[in-house]
Write a protein that binds this ligand. Sequence first.
Ligand SMILES: [Cu+2]
Length: 225
Amino acid sequence: MKKNALRIGAVLLSSALLSTLVAPAHSHVSVVPGVSAAGNTTDALTVGRNNTINFRVGHGCSLEKDVIHPKTRKVVASAAIDKFATQAFTVTIPKSAMGEAGATFPRPAFVPGWRTTAKKNEDGSVTIKWRAISNDFALPNGPAGDTGASMYFDFGVRVAFSSATRGQRVSFVAQQTCLVDLPRANGFPASKLPIYETWDGTADGADTVLDNNGRGPAPTVTVNP
Ligand SMILES: [Cu+2]
């Protein structure tokens, strides 16, 4: 989606206030600091403390172009109307959030009904993936009914910000995978077409490729100085 996220200028705010200022947008994917066992949200973004952060998914996937059935050539999903449930969510934790040596593996929160995997990448970063074990557990775009509002969910991860991140912005590439049903047709078995919302950029509005992989800003936090 290419909604403009609300942006707040932080020029006049003290550093104490700054620690609470993270990705104010209500939609897209943003980082929300977790509450520590001591009951504060400062530890989450402070080097050397328990850095528990949550990735808030604000809505499901939209289409950039209609999905045409490969066999019948009929429109099976409309870009103007249809939204899709999130079946999988991935987030990549950079080495700068994996301790001083870049070797403290992130600890994903358990989400009932979702299977969790963690994979180490070539560059030493770790990608965490949560996948709904069935359609019933997928995160819907919105509640059933007629209000048209979307739903959100927070995927938690405990990371370990390294000293080098003090006062710095740290971004986490994230991606939602949704599935479009392609019904069975003459010689064509029923199947599912994956579509994506990829959060790996710095700004909205740059995605002009109609590939049903929407691109948006990466969730980002500023670590306390
Ligand atoms: Cu959005």
